[in-house]
Structure formats: C-alpha cells, structure tokens
Design a protein around this ligand. Structure first.
Ligand SMILES: Cc1ncc(COP(=O)(O)O)c(C=O)c1O
Length: 492
C-alpha cells in the first residue's frame, strides 16, 4: 500500500491489490476528505501529474478521478488557479456515521382519503405517446440480447419446481437482492446490504410505497419543478400537498424549497439526471439537501432511473451513498437497462424503515414474481448485464451525438439543448415558442412523438420545448427525422 501525505495533499491510500480500480480509490479518497471536511472549500488540489508522481501511478487513473470529481461538482477549475475544491460547499457537511435518528421519527399512520376527491389525470393516452422517434422511455429494443435472454428463460422454465411456483419471499428473492446489492455498491456507490432491498414492479410502485409509508393526506412534499408527472400522480393519490421547488443548473434549489416550506415531509428528486431538464445535482446541493433532511426530520426519495448511461465520464455516484443519517430512500429500475415491460425495480431502505415498507409492500400484491427474478439474477451473475450496459452506453452515446448534431444543423442557435450528458432523452428549449402542446399534437399527426415540456410544470411553465427520447431511434435516421420535425413545426 502506498501512502501520500503532504501539506497540500489529503491522505490518499491506494492499494494496488484491491479489487477497486485505482481511479475509484483516488476519487473515493478525495470525496471522503471533502465530505468530512479534511479538505476545505477553495483548497488547491495538486496537479494530476504531481499526484500521479507522488502515488507512483500513471496519470490516467488520476485524470479519470479528477474528471469525475469535476463532473460531480466536488472540484472546480479556475483559469490561472488550477483545480480547487468547490467553493460553494455548505459549511456543515455530513455528520457522524449512520445515526439511527430515523427510528425516533414518528411515522404517521395513514388516514383514509377519498379517491373521488382527488384530481387524477384521466387521459388514457396523450396524443404524443407513440412508438418510435422520439418517444420517451423507449430503449433500443432491437439491440436487446434476446437469444441469451430466451435461453435463460427456457432454462428456468425447464427447471421450475414446486418451490418456485409457490409464493416467494415478500421482499424479493435473497439471491436477487444480494446480486443487486453487489451491483449497487460497485456501480452506483450505494451503501447497502441485501436486507435493505425490496423488489418492486418498477420505480412507480416504489414511489407509491414510499408515499404510503411516509406521507399523510395534506403532508407537504417537495417535488422538482419541472418534474416527472407520474411521480406527481402518485403523490396526488395520497392526497398530500405538492410543493413545486424550482430546478436550476445545479438541480433542485434547496434554499428556495426551504423558503417555500421548510418542514416539508419529503423531497422527491432525480439527482443523477434531473427529469426532464437533465441537470446533474451538484455536490454542494446534494450536501445541502441532506443537511435539510437531517435538520427538518424529512425524507429524501432518490429516483435513480437512468444513470447507468452517462456519456463522457463515469456514472455519477448516488446521493444515498453520501447520506450518513439514514434519510434517503433509493429507487432504481430495470426499465432502461433491460426493458420497461419487465416491470422490475428495487428500493434501498434505511434500516429503521424496513418493517414499515415491508408491510405496505406485502399488502399490495404479496410480493414479486419468482420467475423473472431468477432469470435476471442469472443474467447479471453470468456477466450479460454488464456487457449489455457497456454496449448500450456506446450505442446511446452515438445516438445522442447524432441527435445533437442534427438539431444544431436544422435549428442552429435558435434552440437550446439541455441534459444530453446522460440517459436516454434530452430536452430542446424553444425560447420563441407559444405552445409546445399545440405543436406536439400537430407533430403526432405525422407520427412524430414530441413530448411537450410545459406539462412537466405544476405552475406556469418557464420554458417551452420538447423532451426527445433517443433510445429507440437509430443514429442514421436522426438527420431525416429532425428535418421532418422542422418542416412540421414550420408549417401552418
Ligand atoms: C423520472 C423517471 N423515473 C422513473 C422512470 C421509470 O419508471 P418505471 O421503473 O416504473 O418503469 C422513468 C421512466 O421514464 C422516469 O422518467
């Protein structure tokens, strides 16, 4: 093990024999030093060359670690000053290790709410929901490794005994939860054990269970403005009070939320890739949000729906991994990394909440189906999952680049592109546009599925534009489709 200590270097230990790659070890050491105040805002960090020299490693892992820390907002670079620890990190950061303060929190018993009194969306299907370019939530269906999947399905069908035909573990199969825990610790920086995981039928059910356990009718809840409308539907179902909190280029504006409703019971957020604007929540905002939750005794529901696909740098580590006070409920899904009709997702719970969540989950449908849990467990354990994600990251990266280029070609600087660094959609803002909804309806007549941005707002929309999914549109078809969009938008 090699150790480096000097006036300007945090203590960085690297272990060449460890399974963790070197860039990850360097990243973790810096992140921990910043979060625990061993490195203060504006502290200068050594150049990559100097650190690589001191650690006796090549520059590449150091460059990768620095790029990630810059992308996540722990570092900032200033012309003439080099790289510094971000200056806008809050004064009080994560406190002592996992306190079980959550157990002392009174969880409210649910009061009945009349469904008839709720304003739920009754539209069966909005006109812009169609299959193909640029429908949101669609993956590269024709690139899914269907042969491998079919052989796993067949294997499990043939080997199916009485036990797998019977009711399974209400939380989800132990093997599946252990596999997911391994994956989340390694790939998403989530700190968890299998016992904290509950398998659900997609993020949507996870959001519903969270709302039922944590909220009462009338409970004030922060949601991102603009935000994910299906999340708001769940909140409407519980009759809670929705408090829209603006999102800026650092993510949810915690100070604005605190002004609007400091004692909100929970905040529902998408920190890795804000839906729909695509912002990555900065390190400083993450820490502010965690501090708010700790001080106000509130909960954070982290919807981490598509962060495996990040282009240009490593996926951003989860907010949950930064939480040392057990305030974050982490939600993940297989809808983007496999396919959405699988209806499979998971939630990672603070230990003190497991029993409450368990009883609500069991009351819903007794538990997840055994069959596809077994298939997905093998899909992951046999390496197909990691390979599929790697291949898809390249494919989606190409589709994203082709889309951005085509938009630039057709619309030039008349539009703004937001959130194209990750995920399977980006958002195009049209500053001059009067009604994105009218145009989306018009485009749908030409079988172009443009999701208007304005319905993503609870209040008056501050932007008009479209959310474009690129998961299911080939790079080759982008220029032609964008040209068609331009001609539809331009026609009377
Ligand atoms: C913000 C957000 N959360 C979650 C999901 C996935 O939901 P589910 O897992 O229920 O398919 C999506 C899908 O598009 C999404 O946009």
């Amino acid at each position: 093990m090699k150790r480096v200590t000097s006036a300007i270097l945090p203590i960085i230990s690297i272990d060449r024999r460890a399974a963790e790659p070197l860039h990850r070890q360097i990243y973790d050491a810096y992140r921990s030093a910043i979060v625990h105040r061993r490195l203060c805002p504006r502290a200068r960090v050594p150049s990559t060359r100097m650190l690589a020299g001191e650690l006796g490693v090549s520059r590449m892992p150091v460059l990768n670690a620095y790029a990630q820390l810059l992308a996540e907002g722990y570092f900032e670079s200033r012309v003439g000053a080099g790289t510094l620890v971000c200056s806008s990190l809050p004064d009080q950061l994560a406190g002592p290790e996992a306190a079980s303060t959550a157990s002392t929190q009174r969880l409210s018993g649910a009061r009945p709410v009349s469904i008839r009194s709720l304003r739920l969306n009754r539209d069966r299907r909005a006109p812009w929901h169609g299959f193909g370019a640029f429908g949101v939530g669609q993956v590269a269906f024709d690139h899914f490794p269907i042969q491998i999947w079919s052989s796993l399905v067949t294997r499990h069908c043939r080997g199916m005994g009485a036990e797998s035909a019977h009711y399974g573990d209400r939380m989800g199969s132990v093997a599946f939860r252990e596999t997911i825990a391994d994956y989340l610790r390694t790939a998403r920086g989530v700190s968890c054990e299998a016992a904290q995981i509950i398998i659900v039928s997609g993020s949507q059910q996870a959001l519903e269970i969270s709302a039922l356990v944590l909220l009462n009718p009338g409970s004030p809840v922060w949601v991102e403005e603009p935000g994910y409308s299906f999340m708001r539907e769940v909140l409407t179902l519980t009759g809670c009070r929705i408090v829209p909190v603006p999102v800026d280029d650092e993510g949810l504006d915690v100070a604005a939320g605190t002004k609007l409703f400091r004692k909100a019971r929970a905040a529902f957020v998408t920190p890795s890739h804000q839906y729909p604007l695509g912002v990555t929540m900065s390190a400083s905002r993450r820490l502010q949000l965690l501090r708010w939750a700790q001080n106000a005794g509130s909960w954070i529901i982290e919807d981490d729906y598509d962060s495996e696909f990040r282009f240009g740098c490593q996926p951003i580590a989860s907010l949950q991994g930064l939480d040392s006070h057990a305030r974050v409920i982490y939600i993940g899904t297989f809808s983007k990394v496999l396919f959405p009709s699988l209806r499979m997702g998971y939630m990672v719970l603070p230990p003190d909440l497991i029993d409450r969540f368990y009883s609500v989950r069991r009351a819903m449908d007794l538990g997840p189906p055994n069959f596809y849990q077994d298939v997905v467990t093998d899909f992951i354990r046999e390496g197909h999952f990691a390979r599929h994600i790697r291949r898809m990251r390249t494919l989606y990266g190409d589709r994203r680049s082709a889309l951005v280029e085509s938009i630039r070609q057709e619309f030039g600087t008349a539009v703004q592109i937001a959130g194209s660094e990750a995920g399977l959609h980006l958002t195009v803002l049209f500053p001059e546009l009067k009604s994105d909804v009218d145009l989306a309806i018009k485009a749908a007549r030409h079988k172009l599925w443009l999701w208007p941005l304005s319905p993503a707002y609870v209040g008056k929309a501050s932007h008009q534009g479209f959310i474009l999914g690129f998961g299911n549109s080939s790079a080759e078809e982008m220029p032609r489709t964008i040209r068609k969009i331009r001609s539809v938008l331009g026609s009377k």
